[in-house]
Design a protein around this ligand. Sequence first.
Ligand code: SAM
Length: 249
Amino acid sequence: AAWRSLVLTLFPEMFPGPLGQSLAGKALDKGLWALDVLDIRDFARDKHRSVDDTPFGGGAGMVMRPDVVDAALCAAKDGWTGRVQDGEEGSGRKAPVLYLSPRGRLLTQGLVRDLAAGPGVALLCGRYEGVDERVLEAHDVLEVSLGDYVLSGGETAALVLMDAVVRLLPGVMGNEDSPGEESFGEEGFEGLLEYPLYTRPAEWQGRAVPEVLTSGHHEKIRLWRRAQAEEITKRRRPDLWARYMKDRP
Ligand code: SAM
């Protein structure tokens, strides 16, 4: 069965947005992944269709109500079981519910790979000051952050997460070799940032491409690229470099 994402949001019109284009968009059309969107406001019970209220304890802003978010999450889970059961899904893994949040576990390529290997994800997008804590506990939600900054809503974060996962799904990238050697890639360059890239023309505005790259000597090219990747990682991301050195056999 195709990898499936289910987005819960107050702004359903933001999807698929940029993921309807290019690689992800073509893959969506081909059924290599699926995207369903639930409008959280459809689960509001009162006549004003309110989804938020003021925070207990005071303070600025509004908080998304637990009863409304719970109803949306229950509907999302029902949708999941239905689909997973009638597909030939064999992984036996349940799709996790993720809440995009600045307090969450950082989204890394490792987590992206893990999610791509599973059946899919349900993505809860916050707005206002965020979501009532109790509903996150009740649904065993995993909080995932894009980085140490604050976005106005979880939707752009959900789009980023899906973009990163979808490009790893089988058949999505034209060149099956591409994911191997890029930043954070596997095969020999694991944990390193990418080496510099060049294409034609070989000389441009008086700048020549490094000679080794036009030598046709594959082993020398590999060694040069590794040295460059190590140098760039050491200089730009001492945190990644320290981890790389520690993990090396
Ligand atoms: N009051 C929250 C705080 O101080 O941590 C920020 C709320 S933010 C204005 C609204 C929503 O945007 C959040 O509920 C979350 O879904 C999303 N969001 C903001 N920053 C994010 C980040 N770095 N990663 C993932 N989601 C984020």
